[in-house]
Design a protein around this ligand. Structure first.
Ligand SMILES: [Zn+2]
Ligand SMILES: [Zn+2]
Length: 449
């Protein structure tokens, strides 16, 4: 839709302007990004890590043992808030229900956002690790196991570690740190809740933002990508309304089962015939509900599905095609208009080109060929995108978390490597947390120096 495209364009202009402002601020008094003394800073961060790593390891394992579900991250938030207060941050709890905001002002300069998620998943951990979770909690009215199977506990330990490194190198940068502990990343719209609770109006709007996510790659590796990093994810629900009748008298009915069936097949031509063949886009119908017995034509059928894409215009095209197909199918059957609900659940994470380029330069200087530019975005989704859409030019990057020998052994045996959300996903804390702290600290210093 045109107004959305125009909105995006306006936002992109604002983002470019903000970055230009940072670049100008940099050129006035400080060294440009490529003059950052990366080896010296990396050594300094390494020294902080040597000293604080046992604490970070203990924090990680404690968080891992005591995971909490979306919007239930009370102890997790309290724990992190205490860590940040000890480091001299001004901490506000309960932002967006269970989120925390930790601010450290260190003279004039840009404000940089560093985000971690706080939540875990309603599933049983089966890693067999000595610090594996056996925690349980109530989720949708039912007791369930809880596990940090997405690695958000690694992100939290790295977030605290980065704060420690930046406090220790305080004499070498100017500006403001905004460390955000975001609740409910796993489907609860925690980022949106924090924004609605005034994250950027109460605490200021950051000039740049960073977030990272661990994945099943080899530890030590960093993956980045300018532009689209992860997909948008939307959900659709369509209620087809027909007219029920006896199964032996279809002419007395308007059959919503037939409508739903036709829709499921026809909607795929939106993907195969309307969308640019080279662009990523998926429409999946994952549920059809209707009817009670073999010989009754029901009144209503509901279909539910998910829509994924990387680009906003593809997303809008898919949405429009779904609406058109659903309406046409009902019209063909002589049925009333269906109820169509398509909700924008997750926007794609769009990395800022300029911030990505200048950070990648620093990453390459620090980690060499362990830094990989990803050829394609990831089909997963992330609500960090809400902070980007709110106008914070950002870099969201990936980090390997598994032992390369384990990956090689699994490959040799023809077995899949456990990925995020697998009960067997087991990031290796060291060196993953160390690499995360080094990368995140350097990324922030590169904006604040
Ligand atoms: Zn996850
Ligand atoms: Zn995650």
């Amino acid at each position: 839709m045109p107004h959305i495209t125009a909105g995006l364009r306006r936002r992109a202009r604002r983002v470019r302007f903000a970055l230009a402002a940072i670049a100008v601020a940099g050129s006035l008094g400080c060294a440009p990004s490529f003059a950052l003394d990366v080896p010296a800073l990396k050594a300094q961060i390494g020294a902080v890590l040597d000293q604080s790593y046992p604490e970070l390891d203990a924090l990680y394992k404690d968080l891992h043992r005591h995971p909490e579900l979306s919007f239930q991250e009370v102890e997790t938030a309290r724990r992190l808030a205490a860590e940040m207060r000890r480091l001299g941050f001004e901490v506000t709890e309960g932002v967006g229900k269970t989120g925390i905001v930790a601010i450290l002002r260190n003279g004039p300069g840009p404000m940089v956002l560093v985000r971690t998620e706080l939540d875990a998943l309603p599933m049983e951990e089966k890693t067999g690790l000595s610090y594996a979770s056996r925690s349980k909690a109530v989720w949708n009215g039912k007791e369930t196991f809880v596990a940090h199977s997405c690695g958000h506990d690694i992100h939290m330990a790295a977030w605290v570690g980065t704060a420690k490194a930046l406090v220790a190198t305080k004499a070498q940068w100017h500006g403001t740190l905004m460390f955000v502990g975001q609740p409910a990343e796993e489907g609860g719209h925690g980022a949106r809740r924090m924004l609605e609770d005034g994250l950027f109006t109460r605490f200021g709007k950051p000039d740049a933002g960073f977030a990272l996510h661990v994945g099943p790659g080899p530890y030590g590796e960093i993956g980045y990508r300018p532009g689209v990093f992860s997909s948008s994810a939307d959900s659709l629900q369509i209620g087809f309304h027909g007219k029920g009748a006896h199964g032996s008298m279809p002419s007395a009915s308007i059959d919503p089962v037939v409508m739903a069936s036709r829709f499921v097949l026809d909607v795929q031509t939106v993907v195969s015939r309307e969308k640019d063949a080279g662009a990523f886009g998926v429409v999946t119908i994952g549920a059809i509900q209707g009817g009670t017995a073999a010989n009754i034509i029901p009144d209503n059928v509901v279909v539910r599905g998910t829509v994924r894409s990387y680009e906003e215009d593809v997303r809008r095209k898919l949405h429009a095609g779904i609406v058109r197909t659903a309406k046409a199918v009902a019209d063909m059957a002589g049925a009333p208009e269906p109820d169509i609900r398509i909700t924008d659940d997750y926007n794609a994470v769009i990395n800022d080109d300029a911030l990505t380029a200048r950070t990648a330069e620093v990453f390459q200087a620090a980690f060499g060929d362990k830094v990989k530019r990803r050829p394609t975005p990831t089909p997963a989704s992330e609500d960090y995108s809400d902070f980007v859409m709110a106008g914070v030019p950002s870099l969201y990057f990936g980090l390997g978390a598994l032992d390369p020998r384990d990956i090689a052994a699994a490959r040799k045996a023809g077995k899949p490597v456990p990925v995020n959300h697998s009960p067997f996903f087991a990031p290796v804390p060291e060196p993953t947390i160390r690499t995360a702290v080094e990368a995140m600290s350097l990324a922030v210093l590169n904006v604040l120096q």
